[in-house]
Design a protein around this ligand. Structure first.
Ligand SMILES: [Zn+2]
Length: 458
């Protein structure tokens, strides 16, 4: 239910993003619009006045375009970046100067001045905006990640080529694996700005994905992603749709095979392996949806009928929609809940699958009334949920006796669960360790559930 509601909300927000531009402009004045965008993104927007910025309508158009561009930067990057600059007394400024002149007499499309945290643009071209934003990210990473470290790691990806070739000397046959553009060959700063712009604007990277994957250009983007995550504590630097993740080699088989039409892959994404979140942490709620989908697939396989049929009906008493319907025992196929009310123990929003998993005793909230749908799940939490799911399914099959080398660090409440998943081989550690506090990733979850399904389908 939540998934569906979320999609509808998202559609409304997207529609609004497209349609509100005009409505917004027509109904609000310049100062209101400026204040609203400045507040949303914690930036200041400035104008150098001339003929193309003199009216309110001109300025409103510029502001709405900047707002569009800012919405394309992941908030998981923008927010910590802005916070870092704020901590050093700076506010990000975006200045429109249609007649920008630089020292040598040439006009520049954009500049970035780190002492004022100011991006200056000749107009609102998207690529130029992201290029200058890339310079800002570079300056912040120099402070937070370390300029020397970043320079060493970055230039190691140049394949021994030195900067300085310049746009006019860009030799595709020599540089195409290392530099994303001619501009990239000028110096490291331009290279970073170009990588950021290239991987953030439009769908450029999606189109070039096949040719870029595995190149040093790709590795530079990954370095930016990793540096941003570690130094800025950014959730991500690029949207996954622009930098698709690929499954790790050990996960490819399970992901390609899946387990038939009874498994709902929608949480993971589409069947094509190009836009998915393999190495990202899965949330508690999403993992629950994976689990219920797996139990459902096993139920269909065993009994020829699904695990559940839940629908929502209007409760006049509570003045709200309430879930009710049927849940079948995945072990026996007998009906557990017969056209009855499905309990809703949590006060925070959860999906129908979370309620079903709770009903089956597979999951519980972080407190009696709070599930924490978006919370990350640790490997030991996952182990406990998986062990309970196996119990519900009647899973058997010890394959080994393993005591992880880090068993002392496993929480007391998780010990039995971890022991179970290790014994049955449902979860395996790495180099003998279980790493209980590490967050569980989408691909780990997927491989684990395919293992359970394979075992029960035999
Ligand atoms: Zn530049």
């Amino acid at each position: 239910m939540k998934q569906r509601i979320t999609s509808v909300l998202l559609a409304i927000v997207l529609l609004c993003g497209i349609m509100c531009g005009n409505a917004f402009a027509a109904s609000q004045n310049l100062s209101e619009i400026r204040a609203s965008v400045e507040k949303q993104y914690s930036v200041k927007i400035e104008f150098v006045e001339n003929e193309s910025t003199e009216t309110d309508a001109d300025k409103i158009n510029y502001i709405l375009e900047i707002s569009n561009h800012l919405s394309r930067i992941p908030s998981e990057l923008h927010e910590p970046l802005v916070a870092h600059l704020k901590a050093s007394g700076k506010t990000v400024k975006i200045r429109i100067n249609p007649q920008m002149i630089v020292l040598d007499g040439h006009t520049a499309l954009g500049t970035y001045d780190h002492s004022n945290a100011r991006i200056t643009l000749i107009d609102t071209d998207e690529y130029v905006f992201f290029h200058e934003y890339g310079h800002m990210l570079h300056a912040v990473l120099n402070e937070k990640y370390g300029a020397t470290k970043l320079t060493n790691e970055w230039t190691a990806l140049n394949g021994g080529q030195k900067y300085g070739a310049g746009e006019s000397n860009y030799d595709q046959s020599v540089y195409s694996n290392m530099f994303i553009s001619g501009r990239s060959t000028v110096n490291m700063g331009e290279d970073i700005a170009e990588i950021f712009a290239g991987f953030t604007s439009q769908v450029w990277v999606r189109q070039k994905y096949e040719t870029l994957n595995g190149t040093n250009i790709w590795k530079k983007a990954m370095l930016l992603e990793q540096a941003g995550k570690s130094a800025l504590n950014a959730g991500r630097v690029f949207f996954p749709t622009y930098v698709p993740q690929m499954p790790s080699p050990w996960a490819v088989d399970a992901i390609d095979r899946g387990f038939g039409d009874n498994f709902d892959r929608s949480v993971l994404g589409s069947k094509e392996r190009d836009i998915l979140l393999y190495q990202e942490s899965i949330s508690r709620g999403e993992f629950c949806e994976f689990l219920v989908s797996t139990i459902n697939a096993v139920s269909v396989n065993r009994h020829g009928k699904g695990l559940y049929n839940i629908y929502y009906k209007w409760s006049r008493e509570n003045m709200t929609w309430v879930p009710c319907g049927t849940i079948n025992d995945p072990k026996t196929g007998n009906t557990l809940l017969n056209d009855g009310l499905l309990p809703e123990p949590y006060t925070d929003g959860v999906s129908t699958e979370v309620l079903i998993a709770s009903y089956l005793g597979v999951v519980s909230g972080v407190s009696d009334s709070f599930f924490d749908y978006y919370g990350k799940i640790t490997r030991e939490q996952a182990a406990v949920m998986l062990a309970r799911a196996c119990e519900v399914l009647g899973y058997a099959g010890d394959v080994n006796t393993v005591t992880p080398t880090d068993s002392d660090s496993i929480s007391p409440w998780a010990k039995a669960g971890v022991d179970y998943v290790m014994r049955t081989g449902i979860m395996t550690g790495s180099d003998g360790a279980f790493s209980p506090r590490q967050t569980y990733t989408y691909e780990q979850a997927y491989v684990t559930l395919v293992r359970i399904y394979d075992n029960l389908a035999q």
